[in-house]
Design a protein around this ligand. Structure first.
Ligand code: C2O
Ligand code: CU
Ligand code: CU
Length: 551
């Protein structure tokens, strides 16, 4: 009983239909280069008429041109949403941004999304953080070509929280997200509504991304090829909600909820207020914490979300407040040796150094306008899973995130291979497990990891080939049992240690070099193949991604 409360158990309907009868022969046709993708037949759209949708959305991925810089437009990709059924607030526009639209739904809503691919390459959408079936999860095996449609039909079973969506075609996720395909998927529920948190104009999306533009305002991606890929893309400009303008004009006396998403390809941030006031966080990936938590600064890794409380009643009119990135000694932390100074950061790299301070968001305090929102001490009832109930509590399932050979990021020495799943990736429905994700951490009770010089816990060669991996698991929200940092470089650890949140439901965590973490999770409702991977999108595209199977 205790185990199941994260999701709505009452009733759910889930279906997904591949809308084309010819779908399974499509790959054959499209792999023939002489057929231009635009010549492919427009696929017929059929929906499941038994699925009675509360919300029905058409979402197209299109090639677009966006005014991001002042002169010439930038070629981007973007999603274009239109509402077929649902209330008007379902699609919230982000004016002039490629990150349009924000999708807002309620827990329990039955949602149909008609994804139409109009970009000249394969794509599929993944609903990051949502508890849905394999067919609704945006697995790379479901990619569709230009001109095709994929119908998602699922019930929103997640708690209120800030989720998001982005493409998931194997090998192309990084570039498609970089070009603008990403959006917020915000869920509300009764528990949250009862709290009187900020809504409407006081509920502010803040998607943080880094990009690099060339002289003609076009996006630059992986200009150093394999080297950039090994490290992950790092840009030289911060964009907020897809825009260069990072100033928000807010009202004095306003009480705000900032929904932060790190939508960057590979960059993590150490976020703080320039005034040195602590940050108040009240929600994470999978929704509200039990109570607000204050931290001197916050580490936000790729794909992670937090809800930050901002009360402007003690500010004065026309005061400026900044959210900044504080230095993290990571530029040379990929080892300091080959991966550091030499290979990872070379002369042609003009990306923003990790170990520097830069602005993320400027807040301009305007005229006074009060709203009656408040942040109670008690936000939700703890329903965290208990690791003591895990079927493998004495021997956690271990996944080593590290390098194999010289130039390949792997998980347990393996890379992504279609639907391949091996024995140690198969779990049972309706069980609770502990997963130990390890990035060369020092596991004192066992002598795992000792054999491999590359990933071993000795400080020599092993450490040189390591870097942090933002680890994400599909289909579920987990709880952090512990975070072991014994083998993390002390200088790095001291710079980040007060910025982690272990509480609440999460789907993405930042696994530093030398760290291991134990996560407790439960497999419920859906059998099938789901992904777990590094959310450094370049690592993911290179194959630092695997399936796990629930059976
Ligand atoms: Cu946001 Cu498989 O990821
Ligand atoms: Cu995901
Ligand atoms: Cu990685």
């Amino acid at each position: 009983m205790k185990e199941n409360k994260n999701y709505n158990r009452r009733s759910f309907i889930e279906t997904a239909s591949l809308v084309t009868a010819g779908f399974y022969v499509m790959p054959v046709i499209s792999s023939c280069n002489s057929v231009p993708s635009s010549a492919l037949p427009k696929v017929e759209t059929t929906v499941n008429s038994d699925f009675n949708a509360d919300v029905d959305i058409q979402l197209k991925a299109v090639q677009s041109s966006t005014k991001i810089l002042y002169t010439k437009n930038t070629y981007t990709y973007s999603y274009k949403g239109s509402l077929i059924k649902g209330n008007k607030q379902t699609l919230q526009q982000l004016e002039g941004s490629a990150l349009d639209p924000i999708i807002r739904v309620k827990k329990g809503d039955r949602v149909r999304i008609r994804f139409e691919n109009e970009i000249a390459e394969k794509s599929i959408i993944h609903w990051h953080g949502l508890h849905v079936s394999h067919k609704n999860d945006g697995h790379p095996e479901h990619v569709i070509d230009k001109g095709e449609t994929y119908i998602y039909e699922f019930e929103v079973m997640n708690r209120a929280g800030t989720y998001w969506f982005h493409p998931h075609p194997h090998g192309r996720t990084g570039e498609q997200v970089y070009k603008g395909l990403a959006g917020l998927f915000i869920v509300t529920d009764e528990e949250e509504k009862a709290l009187n948190l900020p809504t409407g104009d006081y509920d502010i999306p803040v998607v943080i991304q880094d990009k690099t533009f060339d002289e003609s305002n076009q996006l630059v991606y992986l200009s150093n090829g394999r080297m950039d890929q090994m490290r992950g893309f790092l840009g030289n400009q911060i964009l907020i909600n897809g825009k260069m303008d990072n100033t928000l004009s807010l009202n004095k006396d306003g009480k705000y909820q900032l929904r932060l998403l790190n939508g960057s390809n590979s960059r993590a941030y150490k976020l703080a207020w320039n005034t040195k006031e602590p940050m108040t966080v009240f929600g994470v990936d999978g929704g509200l914490l039990e109570g607000p938590k204050t931290l001197p600064y916050l580490i936000l890794a790729p794909a992670q979300r937090v809800d930050v409380w901002l009360d402007l009643s003690k500010k004065s009119e026309s005061e400026e407040l900044k959210l900044i990135h504080l230095p993290i000694p990571l530029d040379n932390m990929m080892g300091g040796g080959m991966m550091g100074g030499g290979m990872m950061r070379n002369n042609s790299d003009h990306s923003l150094p990790y170990n520097s301070q830069f602005d993320i968001l400027n807040i301009h305090v305007g005229v006074s306008r009060k709203n009656d929102a408040q942040l109670p001490d008690r936000l939700s009832v703890s329903q965290a899973l208990d690791a003591a109930n895990a079927v493998n509590r004495t021997s956690p399932r271990t996944f080593n995130f590290g390098m194999e050979g010289m130039m390949q990021w792997t998980i347990n020495g393996r890379t992504y291979k279609g639907n391949e799943v091996v024995d140690d990736e198969i779990v049972k429905l309706n069980t609770t497990e502990v997963w130990r994700i390890n990035n060369g951490g020092k596991i004192s009770t066992a002598n795992q990891n000792n054999g491999s010089g590359m990933m071993g816990n000795n400080r020599g060669m092993g450490n040189m080939m390591q870097m942090p991996h933002p680890v994400h698991i599909h289909q579920l929200q987990f709880n952090v049992v512990n975070r072991n940092s014994e083998n993390v470089d002390r200088n790095l650890w001291n710079a980040v240690k007060d910025g982690f949140i272990n509480e609440g439901w999460q789907d993405s965590v930042y696994l530093l070099s030398g760290m291991y973490m134990d996560l407790v999770m439960r497999f419920e409702d859906f059998k099938g193949l789901f992904l777990y991977h590094c959310h450094n999108l370049e690592h993911e595209d290179m194959g630092m991604m695997r399936n796990f199977k629930i059976e």
